[in-house]
Design a protein. Structure first.
Lengths: 280, 280
């Protein structure tokens, strides 16, 4: 089995390292960044670097680029992919990417599945790639209709081999709506939280809550801008929702209404407690 | 040296355990919850339970109750405290508590210092108390004017002995303004975050960012209501500030303005990066 990875950043590099650590598959790399390729070769994260023409010998190709580049590379290489093989991407938004590439890939007979390994760090690039990035993560798949079940089964087994804790199969639209809440909103809120002018006095006054709330404030602005724009409506719904809830606490405080404030806090606390019970 | 602790909840219980683990001082306990007293005695977290009349033999009394109860207990026991000793509280707000108790305690000749051990958990009560709760925490002190320097020096040494990483001395008003941002806002935002209707689909779609953003959504509603009301203006400023910032991302998204969105994200990301450099 030959697995080609296009883009050896945090996710691509971590997939390569995980493939070489936990499986016996060959792992090939493509990247316009020569340094990343050199490092990945030196680390043994890839067995060799390849050219687009060699993609035809890969049974699985994983495109690990930012959303726009993912679409561009998938379209530009539609003639190079192995028609008997499988091609997947790892973008954090699924509907926009899949809508953009599926017609072309289908026409070439290429089997394509959108995926989203739910892991990341507040640092990007190959230098931060590790072979345990996915160890507590969900591997989400959004296979198009009529995807051969062998392709889905194969990916599921691979994800478990690579250390993912759980595989979730859903539709692109459901994925995007949920991710707007569980991931995109977190980055927006964290990035907005840190902007208070009071930040200048923070040193010595912070416990875990400040660090937790602002951990993902540090992000890759270009990548997240693409992810947000590709998922505008769902994210706008979530931003709107949290603003409305924050305004409820605000109103209770303005009115010095302790009973109302305590009621609002209890609702949130109970929801979190339920959520903790439900998670494994 | 006899140290009396009034209120053996998460903070009081953790202080008792830390005192008995890291110092040779005697530790006495008072609590209206007989179970907590019994457990603390069985754990060796306190040497004995005492009555209010015995507070006169304590060189240090630490009141570890919710804000309103702290004020009530400090006023109710003003005749019992040792006038040669030191009395401190550990509330998360300082100005309202100190304004309420200082005139009475001063009139009785009692030395009082407001403190805030910057540690906590999303669980409350003696059962969650540990002897390492403070190991990475700041110990904040807001001594009134004319506090004897020996009292401040003694508390500073004690805090270090108990494992605190750092001691910060500031005014009640500065403490409250900063804490509104670093702690209170975190609890409001986290509690509001979890209220999206999308929560019901969260399972399997969450990476670290969702868990970080919602960790402190689970809180003690009664205690936090008191803390928030005692610090209304500062907290309202912070809620107002984050809503304004969230509205900026919202506007950029509505207008599909990628350049603006990326600019807004870069400001937050840079602020977090600076903040990480500044912290130790």
């Amino acid at each position: 089995m030959n697995i080609a990875i296009i883009g050896l950043g945090l996710i691509g590099g971590s997939l390569a390292k995980s493939i070489k650590t936990y499986t016996k598959y060959r792992c090939w790399g493509m990247d316009c960044d020569q340094q990343a390729l050199t490092k990945a070769l030196a680390d043994g994260a890839i067995d060799r670097k390849i050219s687009p023409e060699q993609l035809k010998d890969a049974q699985l190709t994983i495109v690990c680029l930012h959303p726009q580049a993912t679409v561009e590379v998938l379209l530009a290489n539609s003639d190079h992919f192995n028609p008997q093989g499988l091609v997947i991407d790892v973008c954090g938004v699924k509907k926009a990417v899949m809508d953009a590439v599926l017609p072309t890939l289908k026409a070439k007979g290429v089997t394509f599945i959108g995926t989203h390994p739910m892991a990341g760090r507040e640092f990007s690039g190959y230098d931060y790639a590790t072979n345990d990035l996915f160890s507590h993560a969900s591997f989400i798949m959004t296979p198009p209709e009529n995807t051969p079940s062998e392709a889905i089964d194969f990916l599921e087994r691979l994800a478990i081999e690579l250390g993912f804790k759980r595989v979730v199969i859903t539709t692109p639209a459901e994925h995007d709506a949920t991710i707007a809440f569980t991931s995109q909103l977190a980055h927006v809120v964290s990035n907005g939280y840190i902007k208070s002018p009071t930040l200048k006095n923070e040193s010595g006054f912070s416990a875990g809550s400040f660090l937790d709330l602002t951990r993902v404030a540090r992000l890759n602005p270009a990548m997240w801008t693409q992810l947000f724009l590709y998922n505008r409506e769902a994210l706008l719904f979530e931003i709107d929702t949290i603003i409305k809830h924050l305004e409820e606490y605000q109103e209770a405080l303005v009115e010095n209404d302790g009973e109302r404030l305590q009621y609002l806090l209890k609702i949130g606390s109970d929801l979190k407690e339920e959520s903790l019970k439900g998670s494994h």
